[in-house]
Ligand binder design. Structure first.
Ligand SMILES: Cc1cc2nc3c(=O)[nH]c(=O)nc-3n(C[C@H](O)[C@H](O)[C@H](O)COP(=O)(O)O)c2cc1C
Length: 210
């Protein structure tokens, strides 16, 4: 079996973590670099990732996650936050970063920058937030695959209260809002979910070849 398929079969949405085990700094650095490399529309990276290791904070977040215990048992919790708005300053920053990184003249990029500004100016803050939230789902997919490759368990989660999270984590609601959370760590031997066969639709119903 190809390594990619092996990794994807190995992973499952963990329901119970072994709270005595921790993800190493070395692996955490790989996970962070994977998240930094996540692609996004126009490359604007309208996301922030809050990484929580404090057991005290993790415990506080369990009730804000509708009692889902895996949040409190995980080695780390990654909170994926999407930017609430975007404006000219974010575009200018991106253009500057592109010019610096690729050693190119900023003048050559100004037209593209103005094009992006026009597109974004035509969107409401709500539309911008929805767009940014979609970028977070790309990050979640990449995060889960990276973890699986490292044999680190993860749980993709939408089941949490973003307002309560913002309060506990002191997130400035005008700037960012939590849209997904993902506890990571090591599966508990008593997590019976790990032994269940994956439920997936057959190829014939999800693929169409033309
Ligand atoms: C966007 C998203 C949100 C999810 N939210 C939760 C959640 O809040 N709690 C949970 O236990 N599982 C959650 N899941 C896990 C799914 O139920 C699980 O991925 C699905 O049943 C497939 O099983 P597998 O991941 O074990 O292969 C979520 C999955 C995704 C992709």
């Amino acid at each position: 079996m190809h390594k990619i398929i092996e990794d994807l079969n190995w992973r499952y949405a963990a329901k119970k973590f072994d709270s005595t085990k921790s993800v190493s700094e070395k692996d955490l650095d790989i996970i962070k670099e994977s998240l930094r490399l996540v692609p996004s529309s126009y490359g604007l990276q309208p996301l922030k990732f809050i990484i929580i290791q404090s057991k005290n904070i993790l415990r506080q977040l369990v009730p804000a996650s509708y009692g889902q215990a895996q949040v409190g048992e995980a080695s780390h919790l990654i909170v994926l936050c999407a930017a609430k708005k975007m404006g000219d300053s974010q575009i200018d920053e991106h253009i500057q970063n592109t010019a610096d990184t690729q050693n190119s003249s900023i003048d050559k990029l100004l037209g593209y920058g103005n094009y992006m500004k026009t597109i974004i100016a035509a969107m409401s803050n709500e539309e911008v937030f929805t767009w940014n939230t979609k970028q977070a789902y790309i990050a979640l997919g990449q995060l889960m695959h990276t973890c699986a490759n490292l044999r680190i368990d993860s749980t993709p989660m939408e089941g949490f209260d973003p307002k309560a999270y913002s309060e506990i984590l002191s997130i400035d609601d005008n700037q960012f809002s939590p849209v997904l959370v993902c506890p990571i760590g090591y599966r508990d031997k008593d997590d019976t979910t790990q032994f269940l066969k994956k439920v997936r639709k057959p190829n014939a119903t999800i693929f169409e070849h033309k």
